[in-house]
Design a binder for this molecule. Structure first.
Ligand code: CP
Length: 305
C-alpha cells in the first residue's frame, strides 16, 4: 500500500485493494481462532477521533488496535476542546505532538480526513467523511463478497436506496469497479447525487438492478442529512425502494444481502430479510474487524512507499 494514509478508494489501485483484502484474510484467521492478543502493533499508538456517532467503525478500530497490542485511545470529541472552538488542524497538531502513529477520523465534512492528513505526521484513516467516502466499510463489503463468492470480478452488485447521502455507496462504486464487478444502483431520483453520471455505475430501476444480482446492498435512509422534501413519505419510500423477500426473488439463486448498518428495520429492509439466511449483515461486522486490523498493520509496518 502506498502512502501513510487511507483516505478513499477512488485513488487506490486494484493491486492495493487486493493487498488489503489478502491481509484481511490473515487477520480473519486470527479472529476465527479466537486469538485476542497479537504483536503486530507493539510500540504503536492509535487514536479514534470521531466527530460523528458510530458503533461498528469506532468499536472495531478500537478492538483491532487493542488486539494487536497498540496503545489505543478514543478522543471524545463532545468532551474535548473542540467544544471550546479548537479547529481540526490544531486538534491534529495536538495529537501529533503526542506521537500517535495513526489517527482514525470520522467527520461530517467531506474532505476533513484529507485536510488532516496534509497537516499531521501520523497516518490518517478515513472512517467516513460527509457524503464523500467510507473506504473501510467498502473494503469490508468487498471482503465479505469475496469470501462468499471467491472472486469479485464478474459479480453483479445492486446498490439500492439513498445513494445521494451515502459515502458507503460511493466507496463501493469506486472500489468494486476497479475489481471488475458490475455495479448497478437504484433509488428515488431525488436521492441520486448529481455527480453519479461521472461514476462507474449503471443507474436503473430497482427491478433491473436486482435482477440476476449476486449481491443486493441496502443503504440506510439518512433522514438526519435531509433538509426535508426529498421523499414524499417514509412509507412510500419503503414500498418502492425497501428490500424484502419478494424483491430478492429477482436476484441470482445464491444471492446475498448486505447493509452497512445501522439498519432502519421496516424502512430500507424488512426484519424478515434482515434476519434471513441470505443476510450477511453480522458477517460484515466480523469482517470489519479483520479489515481494520489489516489496515492498521499495513499502515504501520514501515514499508509504505
Ligand atoms: N457502517 C457504519 O459506519 O456503522 P457505524 O456508524 O455504526 O460506524
Amino acid at each position: 500500500m502506498k502512502g501513510k494514509d487511507l483516505l478513499g478508494l477512488k485513488d487506490k489501485t486494484k493491486e492495493e485493494i487486493e493487498e488489503i483484502l489478502s491481509e484481511a484474510a490473515t487477520m480473519k484467521k486470527h479472529i476465527t481462532d479466537k486469538t485476542k492478543k497479537l504483536p503486530y502493533l507493539n510500540n504503536k499508538s492509535v487514536v479514534n477521533l470521531f466527530y460523528e456517532n458510530s458503533t461498528r467503525t469506532s468499536l472495531s478500530f478500537e478492538t483491532a488496535a487493542k488486539m494487536m497490542s497498540a496503545v489505543a485511545c478514543n478522543m471524545s470529541v463532545a468532551n474535548s476542546s473542540v467544544s471550546k472552538g479548537e479547529n481540526l488542524i490544531d486538534t491534529g497538531k495536538t495529537i501529533d505532538a503526542m506521537g500517535f502513529d495513526i489517527i482514525v477520523i470520522r467527520h461530517n465534512m467531506s474532505g476533513a480526513p484529507a485536510l488532516l492528513a496534509k497537516t499531521v505526521k501520523a497516518g490518517v484513516i478515513n472512517a467516513g467523511d460527509g457524503q464523500n467516502e467510507h473506504p473501510t466499510q467498502a473494503l469490508l463489503d468487498m471482503y465479505t463478497m469475496k469470501e462468499r463468492f471467491g472472486a469479485l470480478k464478474g459479480l453483479k452488485v445492486a446498490i439500492v436506496g439513498d445513494v445521494k447521502h451515502s459515502r458507503v455507496a460511493r466507496s463501493n462504486i469506486w472500489g468494486l469497479d476497479k475489481m471488475g464487478t458490475k455495479v448497478f444502483a437504484a433509488g428515488p431520483q431525488t436521492l441520486m447525487p448529481a455527480e453519479i453520471e461521472k461514476m462507474p455505475v449503471k443507474i436503473t430501476t430497482v427491478e433491473e438492478a436486482v435482477k440476476g444480482a449476486d449481491v443486493v446492498m441496502g443503504l440506510r435512509l439518512q433522514l438526519e442529512r435531509m433538509a426535508g422534501g426529498l421523499i414524499p413519505s417514509v412509507a412510500e419510500y419503503s414500498k418502492f425502494y425497501g428490500l424484502n423477500k419478494n424483491l430478492l426473488k429477482l436476484a441470482a439463486k445464491n444471492a446475498v444481502v448486505l447493509h452497512p448498518g445501522p439498519v432502519n428495520r421496516g424502512i430500507e429492509i424488512t426484519t424478515e430479510l434482515c434476519d434471513s439466511s441470505e443476510s450477511l449483515i453480522n458477517t460484515q461486522v466480523t469482517n470489519g474487524l479483520a479489515v481494520r486490523m489489516a489496515l492498521l498493520h499495513l499502515l504501520t509496518r514501515g514499508e509504505q512507499k
